[in-house]
Design a binder for this molecule. Sequence first.
Ligand code: AMP
Length: 289
Amino acid sequence: METIRTVSWMKEKAREARAEQRVVGLVPTMGALHAGHMALVERAQKECSHVYASIFVNPAQFGSSEDLSKYPRRLDADVQKLTAAGVQGLFLPSRDEVYPPGFSTYVQVEGISERFEGKSRPGHFRGVATVVLKLFEIVQPTFAYFGRKDAQQVRVVQKMVHDLNLNVELVICPTVRESDGLALSSRNAYLCEQERRAATVLYRALHAAERKLSVSVRDALELKSAMLEVLDSEPRARVDYAEIVDAETFEPVVRVERRCYALLAVRIGSTRLIDNMLIQAGDRIAVEL
Ligand code: AMP
């Protein structure tokens, strides 16, 4: 696997790929790779002739109160995993490569970026959209792979691709979970043993909403109460938000009448975790596409 550290070299590779009409897949990550990331890589391997993963802990998407320097970094293990998976290249730019001195252009996807994750983490989606647009421009992928674990991020990127007529097709992959339901996340590494056990409360809360849906409850308040009841039962959990939202706009809904997300952000100790479940009103209530 080739490690590419500069924007100019990555762009050269992209030019080469275009000239040879290769199907290029991009898997953007912040590293500390786990089975969730690797599921995106595997999907990309199936659909593309050339797969690039990127690892960049993007300072622009961290708030001033969030500790960017503490974000887990495991480059050696990441390189091993990507090599074993057979990806063609790792794009590993430095901070200055992505944001050279004097950088001052940002992408703002209005509306959706201001809700939930965007409200709790001001500027977060501006940072995400900016870096993702840059990665698309630099790598020029045919397909780009994202996880539904970060559902609002997916929607922000989809909206940006649509609004700016970008030449890339997004592929959204299901959330990979531990056997007890906890969604894999690089941030799970922060949890101590007791917190790790407590962290299953997110999945249990989503499951409670699912049970209500299965007995035809469509009232969003009732579904939300079911989630909160479970979350409140866990003393280590502090709820940031628990909501039923429209899957396109991320506006809270009154009733589940079209595709919605049950959406959670919960602090377990000092670690903030997010999770979600895609739901709809028809026969199959919980959808994982
Ligand atoms: P991150 O390194 O956290 O920025 O994540 C990189 C990509 O992996 C994003 O598209 C995430 O949505 C995706 N991802 C993270 N965790 C999971 C998971 N448990 N299952 C599926 N995809 C995931």
